[in-house]
Design a protein around this ligand. Sequence first.
Ligand SMILES: Cc1ncc(COP(=O)(O)O)c(C=O)c1O
Length: 402
Amino acid sequence: MIPSDDRINYLDHAATTPVRPEVLEKMLPYFTEIFGNPSSLYALAGEARYGVDESREQVAAVLGARSSEIVFTGGGSESDNLAIKGLAALQAHAGGHIITTAIEHHAVIHPVEQLEKRGFTATYVGVDSTGRVDPEEFAAAVQPDTFLASVMLVNNEVGTIQDVAAISRLVRESAERSGTKVLIHSDAVQAAGKLSLNVDELGVDLMSLSGHKIYGPKGVGVLYVRRGVELEPLIAGGGQERQRRSGTENVALIVGMAEALTLSESERPASRDRFDRLATRLIAGVNERIPNASFNGNDNPDQSSGGRVPEVVNFSFPGVEGEPILLGLDFKGIAASSGSACSSASLEPSHVLLAMGVDPELAVGSVRISMGRDTIEEDVDDVVQALASVLEQLGTFPAAQV
Ligand SMILES: Cc1ncc(COP(=O)(O)O)c(C=O)c1O
């Protein structure tokens, strides 16, 4: 299906990104020459240990944290699970209350649901039609037995930004009033390289990151754990990562993750305007060519009042499911994704779009376009043109308008 005479117009960067050459170059020696076990005592191991230590400092610098607060994990899902289950396991009496939102990634929602089956309780705070949580409403959910509040910084399907700083401040105030202590976790997997990850400004105690969304390798992530916060490890063993994540360190992946994060952070300010322009062009193009398209998310790009990240743009198209649209785009050499998950014979509408109040029939016809470092104006024009022609072929779109 891949047109051989052309490059793929890859517009699924929220799903994953390629490892960038500088990152790969930095990782390679750790697979072959510097292969020692960082815990061993000889010089070869010392070099590997140095690679891990340096990476930890790099990550800490981006987060405004101490290097001892950085835990390397096997990815964003593991970081989310470690934060949630690791805290839950230490609750003195089984049970306790967790606050999260209805639009979290399943790497947060499913561990919380698992805990609910074991006697914990949870509140899933809803969102408005732009996908935004009201910080006051979130904080009002604090109960005397609440021990954890988990809210994502950027949503992976629609790109809406949550005001994590306001949420953590209000939750703390609310917790103080009810005489309890609530720790704040944020899944910032989709925010890295797009927003500041300063943990003090965000007011978070725990924060999850993933390597492969920022041009680093897959299978590596970070959990920031504020000093003094205790966690039961998910993986027990040799006691690596200060007893928080056992297993011989995957040095090459750790080095790659840290380098990718450092690069994405340094390029962040310069990329903002470029992505804003591309998103504006994309939204205007779709609205012009496909008048029955509906934009899902926050259409106010102003980040000072919440806003969205421009890299992720989501549309619904009436009368059609996401899957055939994606196949049509794929045939034209364009990779994008749909918010709906196809499980066996049934198409499940996205829980994020449903929580935003999108009609279930519209929610199954959603397409997410997520742009990256290589995306240029021509790619945006190409996907607008392709969407219009695929929808016309699918018969959901009057030919006269194309
Ligand atoms: C918001 C969010 N959290 C967590 C994850 C999971 O990260 P990983 O694929 O590294 O396990 C993803 C990946 O899709 C994500 O978008």
